[in-house]
Design a protein around this ligand. Structure first.
Ligand code: NAP
Length: 249
C-alpha cells in the first residue's frame, strides 16, 4: 500500500519532472496521479498514473480529492492556466487537503530586450499594428483568433498541435514541443526574416531561447503579462516541490 497519494495538476515540463522525481525518490511508497486537461492528443505520459479531462469546476475537484483520498495536491499547471489554479486552491481548502503551488520564476528583462508588455492576447494583436510585417507568434493554438484582425501581416505560428483550420489568412505553421535550442530559434528568425515576436511571459527554461534570439536580433517582442499567482505556499524549483511532498511521508 502506498503511504501517500499525490495529485499533480500538470500539463507542463515541471509537472512531468516532479512525477519522475517523486517516483525515483520513493518508488511504490507514493501513488502519483498526474492530471491533464486533455487539450493535446500526442501526450507524453509521465511515470505514475494519469487522468485526463476537467473535474467539473471547484466542486468537482473537491469531490475528486475526497473520493480518491488524495493526501496532497501540487498545482504545477502553466502560469497562464489561471482558472485551474484558482479551482485547485479553492477545492483543496474545501476538501482539507494540503496544496502547493509550483510557481515558475518569470524571465528577467535584460536591458537590451525590446519588450512591449501588454495584459492580454487581444492587446498583443493591437500592439502589432505599429510593428513589422513578418511576425512570429508563439502563443497557444487556441489563442490565434485576435490576430486575424491584423490581417496585413505574415505569421509564423509555432504550436504544439495545430487546430485546423487556423484563423489567419497568411501564415506558416510549425508543430513543435520544447525545449528549444538557441541555434534553432536564431535560424527561424533569420530564415523567415522575422520582424516581431509575440510571446506569453511564461518563464521557465524550456522556451527561453526564443527570447534570447529575439534580443540578439534586436527584435521587438510583444510580451503578454502573466496573471497573478494564487496565494498560498509556493516553490519555484521541482526539487522544492518534491521535498514538500516527501515531508508528508
Ligand atoms: P485553464 O483555463 O486554467 O483551465 C480551464 C479548465 O480546464 C479548468 O477549469 C479545468 O476544467 C480544465 N483543466 C485545466 N488544467 C487541467 C488539468 N491539469 N487537469 C484537469 N483539468 C484541467 O487552463 P488552460 O490555460 O486552458 O490550460 C490547460 C492545460 O494546459 C493545463 O494543464 C496547463 O498546465 C496546460 N498548459 C497551458 C498553457 C497556457 O498558456 N495556458 C501552456 C502550456 C500548457 P474543470 O473546471 O472542468 O476542472
Amino acid at each position: 500500500m502506498p503511504a501517500l497519494k499525490v495529485l499533480i495538476l500538470g500539463g507542463t515540463t515541471e509537472a512531468a519532472a516532479l512525477a519522475t522525481e517523486l517516483i525515483a525518490r520513493h518508488g511504490e511508497r507514493v501513488d502519483v496521479v498526474s492530471s491533464f486537461a486533455g487539450r493535446v492528443e500526442g501526450l507524453k505520459p509521465p511515470p505514475g498514473r494519469i487522468r485526463i479531462g476537467g473535474f467539473g469546476g471547484t466542486a468537482g475537484l473537491a469531490a475528486y480529492l475526497a473520493e480518491e483520498r488524495i493526501d496532497a495536491v501540487v498545482d504545477a499547471t502553466h502560469p497562464f492556466a489561471a482558472q485551474m489554479s484558482r479551482n485547485a486552491r479553492e477545492a483543496a481548502a474545501l476538501a482539507g487537503v494540503p496544496r502547493l503551488l509550483f510557481w515558475r520564476v518569470p524571465w528577467p528583462r535584460h536591458p537590451l530586450d525590446r519588450w512591449i508588455e501588454v495584459d492580454s492576447i487581444e492587446a498583443a494583436a493591437q500592439a502589432l499594428v505599429h510593428l513589422g510585417r513578418r511576425v512570429w507568434l508563439t502563443v497557444g493554438a487556441s489563442e490565434l483568433a485576435p490576430f486575424a484582425a491584423v490581417s496585413d501581416r505574415w505569421y509564423l505560428v509555432r504550436v504544439i498541435e495545430a487546430k485546423a483550420p487556423l484563423p489567419l489568412p497568411d501564415c506558416m505553421v510549425i508543430e513543435a514541443r520544447g525545449p528549444f535550442r538557441l541555434e534553432n530559434e536564431r535560424a527561424l528568425i533569420r530564415h523567415h526574416r522575422i520582424e516581431a515576436m509575440v510571446s506569453k511571459a511564461s518563464g521557465g527554461r524550456a522556451t527561453y531561447a526564443k527570447i534570447e534570439a529575439a534580443r540578439e536580433a534586436d527584435l521587438p517582442v510583444v510580451m503578454v503579462r502573466r496573471p497573478l499567482p494564487e496565494p498560498g505556499e509556493r516553490v519555484a524549483e521541482v526539487g522544492g516541490a518534491a521535498d514538500w511532498v516527501s515531508s508528508r511521508l
